[in-house]
Design a protein around this ligand. Structure first.
Ligand SMILES: [Zn+2]
Length: 78
């Protein structure tokens, strides 16, 4: 196992796993380190995190049965 810092490309490729807390301890630490030194990935991670929470609260706010129809409706309105 190396402790080489990861670059932005690597950081973005594991961003979603990081947000889902699915990374191994080593990758998780590498990611946190990268976010602490890289403003652009940090903003990106923050944005994705907010988006994730929004999607989650949207799903929870609606009964599962009609959420598909609502999403279709939303897409149509776009
Ligand atoms: Zn970066």
């Amino acid at each position: 196992m190396s402790n080489k810092p990861i670059d932005c490309e690597q950081a973005l490729s594991i961003l979603y796993d990081y947000l889902d807390r699915e990374l191994g301890e080593h990758d998780h630490e590498a990611m946190e380190h990268h976010l602490s030194v890289c403003k652009s990935c940090f903003s990106r991670a923050e944005f994705e995190q907010r988006l994730k929470e929004k999607m989650k609260s949207l799903r929870e706010a609606q009964p599962a049965a009609d959420s598909n129809d609502r999403i279709k409706q939303l897409l149509k309105d776009l």
